[in-house]
Design a protein around this ligand. Structure first.
Ligand SMILES: [Zn+2]
Length: 427
C-alpha cells in the first residue's frame, strides 16, 4: 500500500501522457520518445544480453536522435532472447520490486518477462483511455468474462466497482444469466469467446446490446468484427499488445485503424512486402517503460497491414492496419462446453508457467473431432521421471473436469495452414 502511494506521482505523470499524446504533433511525440528511449537504452547496454548483441558495434559512434536512427541498431527476436538466455538472467537474479509475467507464447513456448512493479498499472490507464474514446465514463460498469485473476489493476477496478467478473469456465447459460441480471454497459473477453457467445445467444434467441465490446489477446479479422458488431449492435474495441509491450494499440472508434500508444512504445514496421495488392510488414517494438528487462527493436512475429497516412478521425498518433496474429481453433465438447486457448492458458499459468517456469519448452492442445478426445502434447526442457511426475500432477489437478490424455514428445507439429496453433482441431 505504501509502495502504491509512493508510485502515485509516477502514475499521474503517465496518465497525463496517455491522455495527452494524441493531441501532440509528430515532432513533439518523436522528441518525447527519443528522450525515453535514451533512458531505456542506457540500462539495456549494461545487461549481458545486449552486450552480446552489440558486441560488434562501436556504440560510441551510434547517435540516436530520431526514430529513423534506430535502424542503426540490430533487430532482436524471441529466439535470440532464448538462445542468449535473456530470461535466465532475470530468473537467477532476484530483482526487488519487479514482477515476472509468463506469456502464453504464440508458438506455444512460454517466455518470461520481468517488469518493474510500478509500471503494472500503466496498461490499465491505457485501457481506460481507449474506453474513453468509446464514450466510457465511470458510471458505465463492465463485466469481464475471463479467469478471476488477482492482478493489481483488475482488483483496483473491481474495488472501485468499475468491473465485475464471471469466470470463462462457467457454462454458457450461467454467463447469459449473469449478463441478464447485471445488465453490464460493456463486456470484456477475447474475440473467439465473443464468437462463441454470439452463436449461443443467436441459437437461444437472447438479445443484449452493450455500449461497446472490449476485447484483447487475439487476432480480430474484418469478418470477426463484422459478425460481432452486427450481432451485438455495438462497436468492438480491440486492444492489441503483447507481454513484451502490453497494450500497444487500440482500435479507432471511427475507422477501425489501430492507434499506437506512442507514449509507452515505439513501433516500427519493417520488411514491407505486398500480399494480394496490399502492403504488409513486421512489427518491431521498443518498450519505453520497462527499464528492468528492456526490449529494444524487438520483432514480435506479428504481421500488420501498413497504413502510412494519419487517421481521418483527427487523432495524431501513429496508426497501423489489421494485425495478423494468433488464430487458434475453438473446441466444442459434446457436453456443450466450449473451450478456447484462454481456458488452457489460464489453467496452465500458475502451476506450469509461474511455479515451474522451466519445466516445458512448448505445448499444444489437439482435439480429435471424430473421437471427441483432447490430447495435450508437451516438449519438456529436461524429460525425466521427476519432471514427468510434475506434469502428471498438474494435469490431474488443473484438468480433472476435462477428459484428456497427454504425451511427452520431442517435436510438435505445425498446423496445416503452416502457422503454429496452440489449440488445433483435427478433423
Ligand atoms: Zn482514428
Amino acid at each position: 500500500m505504501i509502495r502504491l502511494l509512493f508510485n502515485i506521482p509516477f502514475l499521474i505523470k503517465h496518465a497525463y501522457l496517455i491522455f495527452r499524446f494524441e493531441s501532440w504533433n509528430k515532432s513533439k511525440i518523436e522528441k518525447f520518445q527519443i528522450k525515453q528511449f535514451k533512458k531505456i537504452f542506457e540500462k539495456a547496454i549494461k545487461l549481458p544480453f545486449y552486450k552480446e548483441i552489440y558486441k560488434d558495434i562501436d556504440l560510441s559512434t551510434i547517435h540516436i536522435n530520431s526514430i529513423a536512427d534506430l535502424q542503426k541498431l540490430p533487430i532482436i527476436h524471441k529466439e535470440l532472447c532464448r538462445k542468449l538466455k535473456y530470461e535466465d538472467y532475470f530468473i537467477s537474479n532476484a530483482i526487488p520490486h519487479t514482477i515476472t509475467t509468463p506469456t502464453s507464447g504464440s508458438t506455444g513456448k512460454p517466455f518470461h518477462i520481468q517488469i518493474p512493479a510500478r509500471i503494472e498499472m500503466i496498461p490499465a490507464l491505457k485501457v481506460l483511455y481507449a474506453m474513453r474514446q468509446y464514450g466510457w465514463n465511470p458510471t458505465w460498469k463492465g463485466l469481464e468474462i475471463w479467469r478471476e485473476d488477482n492482478s493489481t489493476h483488475k482488483g483496483f477496478m473491481r474495488k472501485l466497482g468499475l468491473l465485475q467478473s464471471i469466470s470463462i469456465f462457467k457454462p454458457l447459460d450461467e454467463i447469459k444469466e449473469c449478463i441478464e441480471q447485471k445488465q453490464p454497459d460493456f463486456l470484456f473477453c477475447n474475440r473467439s469467446f465473443y464468437m462463441i457467445l454470439a452463436d449461443y445467444f443467436e441459437r437461444i434467441g437472447f438479445s443484449y446490446t452493450p455500449k461497446f465490446l472490449l476485447c484483447t489477446a487475439e487476432e480480430v479479422r474484418p469478418e470477426h468484427r463484422q459478425r460481432l458488431e452486427t450481432f451485438f449492435n455495438a462497436k468492438l474495441l480491440n486492444i492489441y499488445g503483447c507481454m513484451e509491450s502490453p497494450t500497444l494499440a487500440y482500435t479507432c472508434p471511427e475507422c477501425n485503424n489501430m492507434h499506437i500508444f506512442e507514449s509507452t512504445a515505439i513501433v516500427e514496421v519493417v520488411n514491407k512486402r505486398d500480399i494480394d495488392g496490399e502492403t504488409f510488414g513486421d512489427i518491431v517494438l521498443t518498450n519505453l517503460t520497462n527499464n528492468i528487462m528492456p526490449f529494444v527493436r524487438y520483432k514480435t512475429g506479428d504481421v500488420v497491414k501498413v497504413i502510412d497516412s494519419t487517421c481521418t478521425c483527427g487523432r495524431k498518433s501513429q496508426i497501423i492496419g489489421d494485425i495478423i496474429g494468433r488464430s487458434d481453433d475453438v473446441i466444442h465438447l459434446p457436453d456443450g462446453r466450449v473451450l478456447n486457448y484462454i481456458h488452457f492458458w489460464q489453467r496452465f499459468r500458475k502451476p506450469l508457467l509461474i511455479d515451474n517456469p522451466y519445466l516445458i519448452q512448448q505445448y499444444k492442445v489437439l482435439y480429435f473431432k471424430e473421437t471427441n478426445t483432447i490430447k495435450f502434447l508437451f516438449r519438456l526442457t529436461r524429460p525425466n521421471s521427476e519432471t514427468e511426475e510434475i506434469i502428471q500432477s498438474i494435469m490431474q489437478n488443473a484438468f480433472n473436469d476435462i477428459q484428456h490424455t497427454y504425451e511427452i514428445v520431442d517435436t510438435l507439429p505445425i498446423s496445416k495452414s503452416g502457422k503454429y496453433k496452440i489449440v488445433e482441431i483435427i478433423e
